[in-house]
Design a protein around this ligand. Structure first.
Ligand code: NOJ
Ligand code: NOJ
Length: 486
């Protein structure tokens, strides 16, 4: 009995110590991450010389790997962070930079490139030179997440401008840019794409999830400004995307299969990133949109995290329910196949998002699908709904917060003293490796930290959606299409 009490006091003590050190890390790393991100944006960023105004370089690294290019995906995720900070009033100095970004992306949309011209698929081009010319070497193209992510970032800005009475700029300047991206998504979502890691040419959960979000938000914006001609088309394609999204769930493996191709397990950070970047607190723990606290997304998180426990030496000796370093996917060999800062942070972010919703709705629900996840924190827990007044709720949420903080603690442990964030840290000893100062690593740190303090929590229209039922004929056609694809 006594040893049990001592043990639990010991665990409590270490959880408190971890909270304090994570608090400290968040406080010191936040301004470093923000500065690191801004340094990589032209024309004045200190590490982005040569980049045109509003152009985000992926990293200043020019060899092994050469990332001195601008990717639509990375840039849009980076500017979503800045738009969120600007529209929340956290940083009111960002308006000029955001306008530069919009102008730069409008230029890139019109640059004919190996994926096509603006009207023939060119919006799917993943990367450009930082002087806004086309990159013409062989590459994994197209990547169809780019237009979706870009429209999500710009729609957030547009909605804020409308709230503040600037209708003209939205209708005349932003809408034509957004509309090109929405049309691209609506027209091409059903065609194969290279995944976000630029390797697998198939359908990709991440891409489908962000495309779905983009068409929902885009059709709401279009309605709001009276641009209704394509709204029915966008909504119909959004329904199709939501329907298709369901097919990535692997019911026997209890995880989301990241890509329909690729010849791998399909366990992949793609899916965790999709959940956090399509988080909508108003949707509660909805599983059809794979919300962070949904049973499917939590089960997926456990399978994903567990897949790295035995393959990275730096994870050796960590308890089977402790936080570990995670990477893109377990089979990865790129630059040594190491843990990534942004992937490890994404796990923390999903958990904070989940905690926010449970706190807001004053309960959490354990289902047969999420039971193994919750058993990490209470081996005796059963399926059921636990109100916030129950001891199970308190025990689980406090253990899950400690687990989430554990991923930030790992991130902190392998961040060098100056706070610079590379792309990866080695699996053997945690030293930073691959691209230095990865802009996306900084952006991911900022969104993870924001989730920890529940800031910038906004909705995009995921609440109340229902997965459209397919008619028998549609099911039969899908079955035939499946046969042809295989
Ligand atoms: C292969 C990597 O896995 C991929 O992620 C990367 O974008 C390309 N090579 C180009 O560096
Ligand atoms: C490689 C990553 O796999 C890809 O997602 C990213 O866009 C580029 N590097 C640039 O950061």
């Amino acid at each position: 009995m006594r040893s049990c009490i001592l043990l639990s006091l010991g665990l409590l003590g270490s959880a408190l110590a971890q909270t304090t050190s994570v608090d400290t890390y968040v406080a010191t790393e936040s301004p470093i991450a923000k500065a690191g991100l801004l340094a990589n944006i032209g024309p004045n960023g200190s590490k982005s010389s040569g980049a045109k105004a509003g152009v985000v370089i992926a990293s200043p690294s020019t060899s092994n790997p050469n990332y001195l290019y601008t990717w639509v995906r990375d840039s849009s995720l980076v500017f979503k962070v800045l738009v969120d900070q600007y529209t929340a009033g956290t940083d009111t100095s960002l308006r000029g930079l955001i306008d530069d970004f919009v102008t730069a992306e409008a230029t890139l949309q019109q640059v004919t490139n190996p994926s096509g011209s603006v009207d023939t698929g060119g919006l799917g081009e993943p990367k450009f030179n930082i002087d806004e010319t086309a990159f013409t070497d062989p590459w994994g193209r197209p990547q169809r997440d780019g237009p979706a992510l870009r429209s999500i970032a710009i729609v957030t800005y547009a909605n804020w401008l409308l709230d503040n009475g600037n209708t003209t700029f939205v209708s005349q300047t932003l809408w034509p840019i957004i509309q090109l991206d929405l049309n691209y998504v609506a027209n091409f979502w059903n065609q194969s794409t290279f995944d976000l890691w630029e390797e697998v040419d198939s359908s990709s959960f991440w891409t489908t999830a962000v495309q779905h979000r983009s068409l929902r938000e885009g059709s709401s914006l279009a309605t709001r400004i009276g641009q209704t001609s394509s709204v029915a088309f966008y909504k119909a394609q959004a329904d199709n995307l939501l329907c298709f999204l369901q097919t990535y769930w692997n019911p026997s493996g209890h995880y989301i299969t990241a890509n329909t191709g690729g010849g791998r397990s399909g366990i992949d950070s793609n899916t965790v990133l999709a959940s956090i970047h399509t988080f909508d607190p108003a949707a509660g723990c909805d599983a059809s949109t794979f919300q962070p606290c949904s049973d499917k997304a939590l089960s997926n998180l456990k399978v994903y995290v567990d897949s790295f426990r035995s393959i990275y030496p730096i994870n050796n000796g960590i308890a089977s329910n402790g936080a570990v370093a995670t990477g893109r996917y377990p089979e990865d060999v790129y630059q040594g196949g190491n843990p990534w800062y942004l992937s490890t942070m994404a796990v923390a972010e999903q958990l904070y998002d989940a905690l926010y919703v449970w706190d807001t709705q004053d309960s959490l629900t354990v289902t047969s699908i999420s039971l193994p996840f919750f058993q990490l924190f209470d081996s005796a827990i059963q399926s059921g709904t636990y109100p916030s007044s129950s001891s199970a709720f308190t025990t689980l949420t406090s253990a899950i917060r400690t687990f989430a903080d554990g991923f930030i603690a790992i991130h902190a442990k392998y961040t060098p003293s100056g706070g610079a964030l590379a792309e990866q840290f080695t699996k053997s000893n945690g030293a930073p490796t691959s691209a230095v100062d990865l802009t996306w690593s900084y952006a991911a740190a900022l969104t993870g930290f924001a989730a920890r303090s529940a800031t910038n929590v906004a909705s995009w229209g995921a609440a109340g959606l229902t997965v459209p039922a397919l008619s028998n004929m549609e099911q039969y056609v899908n079955y035939l299409i499946g046969l042809v694809v295989i």
